[in-house]
Design a binder for this molecule. Structure first.
Ligand SMILES: Nc1ncnc2c1ncn2[C@@H]1O[C@H](COP(=O)(O)OP(=O)(O)OP(=O)(O)O)[C@@H](O)[C@H]1O
Ligand SMILES: [Mg+2]
Length: 421
């Protein structure tokens, strides 16, 4: 069997921290089995190399290795991506498609950010884990596959289970063996080593002498929190290598690259949050659209009744509440507009100080991912999210949630069924 050192070299893993070595050792031990492994640890700690080690040391090494970022695939398509679909299963399904579980038969699938899987997909995944069975979307034929699963998460799965976002039975199935990677701040011995390695890599890449930290700067590097872990450290090393003229970096220079060092960043959203926790602009806009859609449906209903009955007065009497809801009165309308304005005010971002502008984003990569993910949310996803949040806020009480959402209880009931909530 290869040594831990040899594996580190093969997978370009830097560091000698005992917890890191133990994690690698554990990966090497479970590799030859088919046991499911859950890799845990904060963002940027290096979770992605563990499933690669496991796959390459297993009897599946000549089979396929497929890495799936569960958090980046829209909820509506994830079942089809993972399990495939039949021709005609949904609009746009012009061909039968094989999913990753079919393609990776005999190999390994790495499910990154597994905590993001929708509950319906979790049910399908549980079935594959239990007996290797799955069904394509739109099909009734049970298929078999032989896939080893390694999953990873940077969120607390117990929290997710408590909030009923993740199935407990699936968690135990996935985490037969758990491999935990320590945060960088707990790997004091490795921090400077990693910085020197990255500085030398970037010196080579940008064809300039390597940057070096003086003693005070080194001490600061070790004291820093590294919320973005190794990803953030590499990012900082790259910026310093490119932007600093002097090749010797002192603490004052370094401080400019470490957001939050010695001070607290002001929160973008103040503590003015309103009871409706619509904490970003897009959410508010979606709420407006959602309200408009609901009004439109009410108007359609009213128009139809008017056309059918022809008796204006009767329809007005029968639909008194509905009419008040759509047309409201001036006071209600003003209150609604004021509420919206207040919510928009919460979003006013305070002007940045010079230092904040020059300070690098804590973790630019994962930030970019977040934005991309948000963009994929459709109006329907957003509507679902609003309904979920509202139900949560009102402890599942439909009447209160329907009132807050400005829809009838019946409509809410229909939506709950439609979204399978
Ligand atoms: N020990 C290490 N030595 C060298 N580079 C490392 C090490 N650990 C991580 N890295 C590098 O840091 C970056 C982040 O690692 P990785 O993508 O595996 O993080 P992650 O734990 O999957 O984070 P997230 O939860 O955000 O996906 C990668 O570019 C990786 O190559
Ligand atoms: Mg990752």
């Amino acid at each position: 069997m290869e040594s831990v050192q040899a594996i580190k070299q093969r997978f370009e893993i830097i560091g000698n921290d005992p917890a890191l070595n133990r994690a690698i050792e554990k990966a090497m031990q479970v590799a030859p089995t088919d046991i499911s492994v859950l890799v845990t640890g904060e963002s940027g700690v290096g979770k992605e190399s563990i499933p690669k080690i496991i796959h390459s040391l297993s009897h599946r090494k000549h089979g396929k290795y497929i890495a799936v970022n569960c958090g980046a695939i829209p909820e509506g398509t994830i079942d089809s991506e993972l399990f495939g679909h039949e021709k005609g299963a949904f609009t746009g399904a012009t061909q039968t498609r094989n999913g990753y579980f079919e393609v990776a038969d005999g190999g390994t699938i790495f499910l990154d950010e597994v905590g993001e899987l929708p509950l319906t997909t979790q049910v399908r995944l549980l079935r594959v884990l239990e007996n290797g069975e799955f069904i394509k979307v739109g099909s009734s034929k049970v298929q078999k596959t032989n896939v080893r699963i390694v999953a990873a998460t940077n969120v607390n799965m117990f929290d997710a289970i408590k909030k009923e976002k993740f199935r407990e039975d699936l968690y135990y199935r996935l985490s037969t063996v758990e491999i935990h990677l320590p945060p960088l701040r707990d790997r004091k011995e490795d921090i400077h080593l990693l910085f020197r390695k990255f500085a030398s890599d970037f010196a080579l890449k940008y064809k300039m002498p390597s940057v070096r930290l003086d003693d005070e700067a080194t001490a600061m590097l070790l004291k820093y929190r590294w919320a973005g872990n190794i990803r953030q450290l590499r990012n900082v090393a790259e910026q310093i290598s490119v932007l600093e003229k002097s090749r010797i970096i002192d603490a004052e220079n370094l401080k400019g690259y470490l957001p939050d060092m010695g001070r607290n960043l002001p929160a973008v959203i103040g503590d003015k949050k309103k009871e409706n926790d619509f904490s970003n602009e897009r959410e508010i806009l979606y709420k407006v659209l959602f309200d408009m859609k609901s009004d439109l449906n009410d108007l359609k209903k009213l128009t139809l009744e008017l056309m059918q009955s022809g008796n204006n007065e009767e329809v007005q009497n029968d639909n008194e509440n509905l009419i008040r809801k759509i047309y409201g009165n001036d006071e209600e309308q003003e209150a609604y507009e004021e509420e919206l304005e207040e919510q928009m005010e919460v979003l006013q971002i305070p002007e940045k100080h010079e230092q904040e502008i020059s300070a690098p984003k804590e973790d630019k990569y994962s930030f970019a991912e977040e934005i991309q993910e948000e963009e994929t949310l459709s109006l329907q996803d957003k509507e679902l999210e609003l309904i979920k949040k509202s139900l949560e806020r009102h402890a599942g009480k439909r009447k209160a949630a329907a009132e807050e959402l400005g829809i009838s209880e019946r409509t809410l009931y229909r939506k709950i069924k439609q979204y399978d909530l």
